[in-house]
Each structure stands twice: as structure tokens, then as C-alpha cells.
Design a protein around this ligand. Structure first.
Ligand SMILES: Nc1nc2c(ncn2[C@@H]2O[C@H](COP(=O)(O)OP(=O)(O)OP(=O)(O)O)[C@@H](O)[C@H]2O)c(=O)[nH]1
Ligand SMILES: [Mg+2]
Length: 291
């Protein structure tokens, strides 16, 4: 279990607020209601808040450790490493609403895989936003990774297809596909993303091997609605929760996991290539409660 909170992650220090309620006397409704307000304030959302409070009400003693334990349960299992296809290339597609941190997360994941000795190719299937292709190209150059893009308004599925093709020819291990961000309610985007998934699946058996949704931790409950909408559109294999350095709440991580029942895989904790960590529920709950 992590002792001190890692630099870069903002913490809520939940126990500093909650703990004083439980220093003496029995757990009663007044105390539980106070906890409820604190959890909502920390962005847990109503459902996760109520479940946590309900579990607390049944606990023999309420202490720092029991609150952490309950939150660990809600956060689900520790993250598994990224999938690797039996026959390369492995294809990883990144989804999310505009501005959540998709492109940055693609670059961070590329760095992580390179550190593990895996070669990567970056594909700019965001042909919608002007400058998006160039933005990913800059990261590819910095990472010294091959890159596939198209002209503005080109077909994103064609870019993804070409990228898998190029990776196969060059013997590249993993393709990371960046996609366009628009509102999660946008029907055209949904169709575009489904097509990307379909087309890479035709080109490469089992692809995409990972479909990761990037969510912005600073937007609170709005991210829950985004997560639900994306989960309904494409089969997701994991969540990346970005910008955790920019929020003092962090309870949204619990709410998000609950909303979509997709495992949390990575946390984004800053703007540089190294600001990505593998999600560990025990460490995270500890930061949330005891930080
Ligand atoms: N503090 C912080 N900033 C981040 C993090 N991840 C991304 N950002 C910043 O958030 C902004 C948007 O990031 P992008 O990666 O461009 O987001 P995107 O989802 O690709 O955006 P669109 O392509 O416009 O949809 C940039 O300024 C990033 O540097 C993070 O974990 N922490
Ligand atoms: Mg982008």
C-alpha cells in the first residue's frame, strides 16, 4: 500500500473531514448523513455515495481502514496489463469526448509500451478537428514512432485500416489509434467510431484488442453520462481517467467505474509523457481517504 500520495495527484483527504465524526459514540444517522454530504462533495455521485454509506452503516467500527476497504471494493480489481495479440499488430483504439485528454493519453501509452520493449505506430483517426493530425505527429516525432495520418476530413476508418496495414508490413508490435472527440450525444460520431472498430476488426483478427475510453476527472458527474453513452456505442475494455492532478475531489473515479462496469486501467496525472500510471485500487483508495 502506498504510504505518501504520489506527487501529481490531487487528493481529497477524506478522512481528515470524516474522521472527526467517528472519534466517539455509536454510528448514527446524523453521522452517516454528514458522510453522505462529504462523499457527494468529493464527486462520488449519488449511487456510489449511497452504497458507501450503506456499507458504513453496517460496519462494526468506522475507521480510516474500513472506509478505505469499502472504497477499494467499489473501485473494482487492479488493472491488468494491456492486451497483446497473438499475431501482431495489437490494435488499441482510444475514444472520448473532445478535450478529455485522448491524444495526450495515446502518447503516454506509446511511451509506456516502448519502455516495455514494444514498438508502436501512432494513427491519427481524428480527421475532424483541424490540427489534430499535426498534434499527434508531433508526439510521434518525439517518441520516434512511425505515424499514419490523412488529410483533414479524410475517412477515420481508412486511416485506422492503413495504420494496421503499415504496422503489419513494418513488423510493428502495437498500433495506437487516436479518434475524434465530439459530444457523446453526436450520432455521426457514434457511427464513425463504430466503423473504425468494424474496419480494424476486418483487417486484423480480434482487433481492436483494447478499446479505451478517456474521461476527464475534473468534469465530475458529466463524465458519468459520457461514459454511459460511449459504453453503449462501442464495446469498451477499459477506462483511462485523465487530469487527476487537476481535481481535489477524485471521487468521480468511483462514480465512473460504477456507471459503466468497465475496469479502470490508467490514471493520467499531468501533461507530460511520463504522467500515466497503472490503476491500483488499494493505492487510489488510500490517497482518497488518507491523503
Ligand atoms: N493536467 C493534465 N492535463 C492533461 C492531462 N491529459 C491531457 N491534458 C491536457 O488536456 C488538454 C487536452 O488534451 P488532448 O490530449 O489534446 O485532448 P483530446 O481529448 O485529444 O482533445 P480533442 O482532440 O480536441 O478532442 C491538453 O492541454 C493536455 O495537455 C492530464 O492527465 N493532466
Ligand atoms: Mg485529440
Amino acid at each position: 500500500m502506498g504510504a505518501a500520495p504520489a506527487p501529481g495527484i490531487a487528493v481529497t483527504g477524506l478522512w481528515k473531514k470524516v474522521g472527526r465524526l467517528f472519534t466517539g459514540g455509536a454510528v448514527d444517522t446524523v453521522k452517516l448523513e454528514a458522510v453522505q454530504r462529504m462523499l457527494v462533495e468529493a464527486d462520488f455521485g449519488v449511487a456510489a455515495t449511497n452504497e458507501t454509506v450503506e456499507k458504513l452503516s453496517r460496519a462494526d467500527t468506522v475507521d480510516q481502514a474500513s472506509l478505505e476497504r469499502i472504497i477499494v471494493e467499489e473501485l473494482g480489481p487492479a488493472a491488468t496489463p494491456l492486451a497483446r495479440a497473438a499475431e501482431p499488430p495489437t490494435v488499441i483504439v482510444i475514444f472520448g469526448v473532445n478535450g478529455t485528454g485522448k491524444t495526450t493519453s495515446v502518447a503516454k501509452l506509446a511511451k509506456l509500451l516502448q519502455r516495455e520493449g514494444r514498438s508502436v505506430l501512432l494513427a491519427a483517426a481524428d480527421t475532424f478537428r483541424a490540427g489534430a493530425t499535426e498534434q499527434l505527429k508531433v508526439w510521434a516525432d518525439r517518441l520516434n514512432a512511425p505515424f499514419v495520418g490523412a488529410s483533414h476530413r479524410g475517412d477515420p476508418a481508412a486511416v485506422a485500416f492503413d495504420a494496421v496495414e503499415a504496422a503489419t508490413t513494418r513488423g510493428v508490435d502495437t498500433v495506437l489509434v487516436d479518434t475524434a472527440g465530439r459530444l457523446h450525444t453526436d450520432e455521426r460520431l457514434r457511427e464513425e467510431l463504430k466503423k473504425v472498430v468494424r474496419v480494424v476488426g476486418k483487417r486484423q483478427a480480434g482487433a481492436p484488442h483494447e478499446s479505451l475510453l478517456v474521461l476527464d476527472a475534473t468534469v465530475g458527474q458529466n463524465a458519468v453520462r459520457q461514459a454511459e453513452a460511449f459504453a453503449a456505442a462501442v464495446p469498451l475494455t477499459g477506462l483511462v481517467i485523465a487530469k487527476l492532478d487537476g481535481t481535489a475531489k477524485g471521487g468521480s473515479v468511483v462514480a465512473l467505474r460504477r456507471a459503466v462496469q468497465v475496469p479502470i486501467r490508467f490514471l493520467g496525472t499531468g501533461e507530460t509523457l511520463d504522467d500515466l500510471e497503472l490503476f491500483d485500487p488499494v493505492v487510489f483508495a488510500h490517497r482518497l481517504v488518507s491523503g
